[in-house]
Design a protein around this ligand. Structure first.
Ligand code: FAQ
Length: 318
């Protein structure tokens, strides 16, 4: 293909984006568009899979059968989200093995939030309420993203995340209506998860390397700071219902902006966690590598079975 042909294709592509048409895997797309989507969708998939670990750790310790069943279902949903998203990424021409290799080697990122420990039962409430709550705000915007398989996966994922958020809120509401010790446990959990939840939306717009291009491609529909502000405005009234306090002395309603002003986020902590120096980074990656290595026999058995089936079909056909 000569330069003129590529220019033409680029123009047609830009026009399709401008018309809000979905880009499908077999359509022509600029190489950078493809690579950016592989990066973001796979990081999203890794986040779902690594995100199973802090909660998975509490399944055997859930306080009642009802709580155990609900938590088990939530963690299974996260596995499902990871699988849709890995499949969506594969449509862009990368294999599942390559994606896992990128996670295990530290080349691919996953959300900073999952490098914090879940140390009490209240953390199951805070993760649902805050982490799924933040995830929904980010992901509702992604339901109209330009790449078809990602947008469609997001629609289904958002429905499930919204149930997770309510489930988390209900865990905290029960604790907050319980004994003083239980309410203190909920407050302690909010104290520890609040700031990391705000960091989930990514660096401030001024330091976000990908936002400008991703907004042009309609991969991102809203900026990191706009989504963070939306999350804060939506979540503070919920904290008031719970009767627990967000750990930010600078948090204040701004009547003029009709939004909350909030304190400085510790971006040094965020980058340390992103670079692999958070409280649980090593533990999380080691758990994923361990699962990959221990699962080798399952993959081998599935492949052997698939080969047997296709041999049978071939023999019948002959
Ligand atoms: N953690 O230029 P930007 C969930 C990196 S799902 C780690 O602003 P972008 C469900 C970023 O990759 C949660 N790294 O980047 C659940 C880039 O580095 P790179 C995951 C981060 O992509 C709930 C660099 O910083 N959600 O929670 C983070 O335009 C409960 C510069 O940043 C998604 O992945 C971070 N927080 O915007 C599961 C949603 N933020 O790649 C279990 C889809 C930024 O150049 C339990 N992703 N970085 O090396 C997005 O919307 C975007 O990728 C952002 C970041 C908004 C996360």
């Amino acid at each position: 293909m000569n330069e003129k042909d590529i220019k033409n294709l680029e123009e047609i592509f830009e026009q399709r984006i401008a018309r809000d048409e979905k880009i499908e895997p077999k359509d022509w797309m600029p190489e950078k568009y493809r690579q950016t989507h592989i990066r973001q969708i796979s990081q999203h998939a890794h986040s779902e899979i690594v995100g199973m670990l802090p909660e998975g750790n509490w399944i055997t310790r859930a306080p009642t059968l009802r709580r155990k069943v609900a938590l088990l279902a939530k963690v299974q949903d996260e596995a499902g989200h990871g699988l849709y998203l890995y499949s969506a990424t594969e449509t862009l021409g990368i294999t599942r093995e390559e994606l896992y290799e990128q996670l295990h080697s530290g080349k691919a990122k996953y959300s900073s939030i999952f490098n914090y420990p879940a140390i009490t039962w209240a953390d199951m409430g805070a993760i649902g309420w805050l982490v799924d709550g933040a995830a929904i705000i980010n992901q509702v915007a992604l339901c109209t993203t330009s790449f078809g398989p990602y947008a469609r996966a997001m629609v289904r994922i958002c429905k499930e995340e919204s149930f997770h958020q309510r489930q988390g809120f209900e865990i905290l509401l029960t604790l907050c209506n319980g004994t003083e010790v239980q309410k203190a446990m909920a407050q302690d959990s909010l104290n520890r998860w609040w700031w990391p939840s705000l960091m989930m939306f990514g660096p401030p717009d001024a330091e976000s390397t990908h936002t400008e291009q991703s907004m042009k491609w309609k991969l991102k529909r809203k900026s990191n700071d706009d989504l963070r502000q939306q999350f804060i405005d939506q979540t503070i009234p919920q904290a008031e219902i719970l009767g627990i306090k967000v750990p930010d002395p600078d948090l204040k309603w701004n009547e003029k902006r009709k939004s909350y002003d909030f304190g400085e986020i510790d971006w040094e902590e965020f980058w340390q966690v992103v670079k692999g120096h958070g409280p649980c980074n090593k533990e999380r990656i080691n758990a994923r590598i361990d699962a990959w290595e221990k699962g080798v026999w399952v993959r081998d058995a599935a492949l052997a079975y698939a080969e047997k089936q296709s041999d049978k079909k071939l023999n019948k056909a002959v």
